[in-house]
Design a protein around this ligand. Structure first.
Ligand SMILES: [Zn+2]
Length: 355
């Protein structure tokens, strides 16, 4: 058996007011140099400026960058150029939703500087994972770029609970996806002898089971359940750190979502698409897809093309094209021959399209 290396976040803070401890986190992690804070135009007033203020009050040097929502990758290139001539930058903070945290990962990767993840919404499991999904210069997404895990995760539930509910429901879809991701991973172990880690798989599955258990309370926005979603997302990120890949968290349902990102004129949120993908892929696996659909319905996450705001033809095309997205990722899609008719049938039986 070969040696398996695991890199994990050093500190994880979850709970109401967690953000107020950010200066102590820096002290504990021996961050004394300048900090680059990346935030978005919407979350600037929610958390970005607040983090800047806490650092200033603690006499810590920092610079706040508000990234353009459309194509922040250009700004990351510019900040990277600047960083080449400044040697005192110790850490990068990503304060915002998934896109901002992905940008922090990219900037960290380009410059070899660690980053801290400060999510303002619980919309997907990238908040604690080493993986980034980046929109390239040509507008296409490149999923699963391997960066490092965050040095720390600071998730303030007071901030996250105030984010639009749609984002939290999307996060639940990304967690539900682990049911089919693990089935695909086990299949890959069986068919092509791919590395499979029972611990990482169990951690991801535990998160998915918690979402099923708490579905009703999540819908009612009970504080404890919102915290469970945040912790489940972080656990999924940790599962990826343990596995050293996105395998425990991303299978055929994620390939379907990535395909939709390319095909659909107006793609929905990542987790929303993954949730619908899980219904379809669970059907292909011969599992209890009705339970997935019911859980998503209770949570108030989309279960149909219409609710995703995506055309039925685009859903069918995404089912067919999904396996071409990552040819190296063995999933249930490798074992099914899905032409237009078959894909339409699957989407129709599961009620994703009217058919
Ligand atoms: Zn995901």
């Amino acid at each position: 058996m070969s040696v398996h290396k695991i890199a994990l976040p050093q500190k994880i803070l979850v709970g109401p007011g967690a953000i107020d401890h950010i200066n102590n986190v820096c002290t504990d992690l021996k961050i004394h140099g300048k900090i680059i804070i990346l935030t978005g135009p919407h979350v600037k007033g929610v958390a970005g400026e607040y983090v800047y203020k806490i650092l200033s009050n603690s006499n810590m040097e920092s610079e706040l960058y508000v990234l353009n929502a459309k194509n922040p990758i250009y700004e990351i290139e510019n900040i990277s150029e600047k960083l080449k001539t400044s040697s005192n930058v110790d850490c990068i903070f990503g304060v915002g939703g998934g896109k901002i945290i992905d940008m922090a990962k990219l900037l960290s990767l380009k410059n070899g500087i660690p980053y801290i993840s400060i999510p303002t919404a619980a919309s997907h499991d990238g908040i604690a994972s080493p993986m980034a999904s980046i929109k390239l210069f040509n507008g296409k997404y490149k999923p699963s770029i391997m960066a490092s895990p965050p040095l720390a995760v600071v998730a303030d539930s007071n901030i996250i609970i105030k984010a639009p509910y749609k984002l939290l429901a999307s996060g639940c879809g990304d967690i539900i996806a682990k049911f089919t991701a693990i089935r695909d991973w086990r299949l890959a172990k069986k068919r092509i002898n791919e590395y499979y880690g029972e611990y990482a798989a169990s951690l991801a599955l535990m998160s998915a089971n918690l979402i099923v258990k708490h579905a009703k309370n999540i819908r009612e926005l009970k504080e404890e359940s919102v915290r469970t979603v945040v912790e489940a997302l972080i656990s999924c990120g940790v599962a990826m750190c343990i596995a050293g890949s996105s395998r425990p968290c991303s299978g055929s349902e994620h390939l379907f979502s990535h395909a939709l990102d390319i095909i659909a004129k107006k793609p929905a949120l990542h987790g929303e698409q993954c949730g619908v993908g899980t219904i379809i892929m669970m059907y292909l696996h011969g599992g209890n897809w009705q339970r997935i659909k019911q859980t998503l319905s209770i949570i108030g996450a989309p279960t149909t093309a219409k609710e995703l705001g995506i055309e039925e033809n685009e859903v069918i095309e995404a089912i067919i094209k999904a396996k071409e997205i990552r040819k190296d990722r063995y999933t249930i899609l490798h074992e099914k021959s899905l032409g237009w008719k078959e894909a339409e049938n699957v989407a129709s039986i599961t009620g994703v399209i009217k058919g």
